[in-house]
Ligand binder design. Structure first.
Ligand SMILES: [Zn+2]
Ligand SMILES: [Zn+2]
Length: 242
């Protein structure tokens, strides 16, 4: 089989994207990668599968090379935005732990790719979105096999300190008056589903609602009462993940 280089990778990405977007059947995409790109059946399957798992934030097992992982991440960011980009990074990290667990070797190149993209993500995402995506990743991990999770954790124990990166980030100095005024307007009732706040704050007994910007600050939205709503945590999640 020919070495998998840039041309093959970009065609594999297009094929995988087209399957994910529902434009091509998986079998047809595999056939076309075999016929037009010269991949064998197994590689074609791995390359499609890795993309699918990246979009879901789940572990993929068969490795794609560092060049391909880098290309996939760059293009997922461009084509689907930061939320999927963060999923894809989480998927890559799971793959690295899985692979290192299985093989006993060190995925140095893939770890470098992961690090590079993690820094790009952190320079571009607001903290609120990042932590919400992380919450979603936790949910995804819970949906996956416990056995896989335990194996990955056992591997991650080899270097138990979390990676620490210095990055320049954009933070928004949100106006507390706007938050207060929106909460006062809502008066304890979610402005989306019109139900009462599901619980009260431990600190002061006030109804727990979260203030969400309709046009996100990261997308140029204004920090104003008009651009904000007070919503229950359920509705807040729906705004972000529909
Ligand atoms: Zn609600
Ligand atoms: Zn929000």
């Amino acid at each position: 089989m020919p070495r998998i280089g840039n041309d093959e990778i970009s065609l594999a990405y297009q094929a995988a994207k087209s399957v994910y977007d529902g434009c091509t059947e998986k079998n047809r995409a595999i056939a076309s990668l075999i016929e037009n790109v010269g991949m064998n059946h197994a590689s074609a399957t791995f390359y499609l599968n890795a993309f699918q798992k990246m979009m879901e934030g789940k572990q993929y097992e068969k490795t794609i090379n560092g060049l391909a992982a880098n290309y996939y991440l760059e293009n997922i960011r461009r084509d689907y935005g930061n939320e999927k980009y963060q999923s894809a990074l989480s998927s890559l990290y799971k793959h690295i732990c899985y692979y290192e667990y299985k093989s006993g070797s060190n995925c140095k190149t893939l770890r470098e790719v992961h690090k590079k993209h993690f820094i790009i993500l952190m320079q571009d995402i607001d903290y609120e979105s990042f932590s919400r995506n992380l919450e979603c990743s936790v949910k995804t991990s819970l949906e996956e096999s416990k056995n896989d999770r335990i194996n990955r954790i056992s591997k991650a124990k080899d270097s138990p300190k979390p990676s620490e990166y210095r990055v320049e980030v954009t933070v928004y100095d949100r106006n507390p008056d706007v938050i207060a005024e929106v909460l006062a307007r809502a008066n304890g009732i979610c402005e989306k589903c019109n139900k009462g706040a599901p619980f009260t704050r431990k600190s002061d007994g006030s109804p727990y609602l979260e203030v969400h910007h309709l046009i996100h600050l990261a997308n140029g939205g204004d920090d104003t009462v008009e651009n904000a709503v007070a919503v229950c945590p359920n509705c807040h999640r729906e705004y972000h993940y529909g």
